[in-house]
Design a binder for this molecule. Structure first.
Ligand code: SF4
Length: 349
């Protein structure tokens, strides 16, 4: 996926070329608004890559973009934001019609951090996987009922064990539906690579997974490492490896950080994530989670479950402790605040 703001056309094209150079098969680009859509159409004119558009709240952008891309990805958890009174079924039918008219595939992209609230309410709070699967199954059934067959499903979680569980449980119920594997917000190498391998290798060994994406926080110019890591996982799986030999211990300091995308609000986010890792090195042995996210759209939801959460705006970084917001701080102030909170947390362990 391109981590650059889509409206930065030259930067995004440079990233596409880097990803193509290491044999990326499908390149995803996010579009949130008409400006992004216009940029994506210009990008399309300059690349022959297979493009997947990532729709978030603004699902109607599909009508503008479907003629220019090969695939549409939508998140069931984001469909309720716009036109709140319109049933999600009508929105999915609208997307499927547009996809069919424009020869596009679709991905139902379920994400643990941005779930449909109605689905969360229907299941016990201690089972985060059940609502993900139920949401995916509902969307599959709807697409099946209207005869739209060119779709796949992803069920992403930042916890590799939960991601594995979600894919296994879904595959047991609908083994014929293609699955796109992902551990979302796996973080930075090498831990992020290890977390991804922990989920993907056992899944691939069971024949689960048709496409995959590796989500790492990396500087823009190194983003192609995601593809290289993914290719290595496939090669290792084909060689018979069914589990990660260098597994990351989730009961130690776990930095969850997003891979960034067009919605990233300040490129300084990537440096911030790396600084968080450096500043927290002393706490490595503690079972504490810190989530660092690049935007205010997904930041709050994605950091709710973490002991400490940081999510970025253009000039300020929001800081939270176990879902409770502590304030917004400048980029050069937030690390000291986070460090003070981390020390307090360690005292309570
Ligand atoms: S948290 Fe925001 S910037 Fe990061 S990948 Fe998700 S949507 Fe993109």
């Amino acid at each position: 996926m391109c981590a650059t703001p889509t409206r930065q056309i030259e930067d995004t094209l440079a990233q596409i070329r880097n990803l193509e150079a290491v044999n990326a098969d499908i390149i995803r680009i996010a579009a949130d608004n008409q400006r992004d859509a216009k940029a994506l159409i210009e990008i399309r004119a300059q690349t022959g890559a297979n493009l997947s558009v990532d729709l978030q709240e603004n699902y109607r952008l599909a009508a503008v973009l479907a003629p220019h891309v090969e695939k549409i990805r939508y998140n069931p958890g984001h469909l309720y934001h716009h036109e709140k009174r319109k049933p999600w079924q009508d929105k999915v039918k609208y997307l499927a019609d547009i996809a069919a008219q424009n020869d596009c595939a679709m991905r139902i992209g379920v994400n643990a951090g941005s779930m449909d609230p109605a689905k969360l309410d229907a299941f016990p709070a201690d089972d985060s996987i059940a609502p993900m699967i139920a949401s995916a199954l509902d969307h599959c059934e709807l697409l099946d009922s209207i005869g739209f067959t060119r779709y796949c499903v992803s069920l992403k979680d930042s916890d590799p064990h939960k991601a594995q569980d979600a894919y296994e449980r879904f595959a047991a119920q609908r083994p014929e539906i293609p699955l796109h594997l992902g551990v979302t917000e796996a973080g930075m190498p090498p831990e992020g690579v290890s977390k991804t391998r922990m989920a993907f290798l056992p899944l691939l060994a069971q024949g689960i997974g048709d496409t995959l994406r590796v989500s790492l926080t990396l500087p823009y110019e190194l983003k192609q490492q995601e593809i290289e890591v993914g290719r290595k996982i496939i090669a290792d799986a084909e060689a018979g490896q069914s589990e990660e030999t260098n597994a990351f211990d989730l009961n130690t300091l776990n930095i969850i950080s997003c891979p960034s995308c067009s919605r990233v609000e300040n490129e300084a986010f990537i440096d911030l994530a790396q600084q968080v890792k450096v500043r927290t090195e002393y706490a490595k042995a503690y079972a504490i989670s810190i989530a660092v996210m690049g935007c205010r759209v997904n930041g709050p939801g994605e950091t709710d479950d973490a002991d400490l959460g940081l999510w970025c705006g253009p000039n300020f970084v929001n800081l939270s402790r176990r879902g409770k917001k502590l304030g917004a701080f400048k980029y050069d102030e937030v690390l000291d605040k986070m460090d003070a909170e981390l020390k307090l947390l360690i005292e309570t362990l």
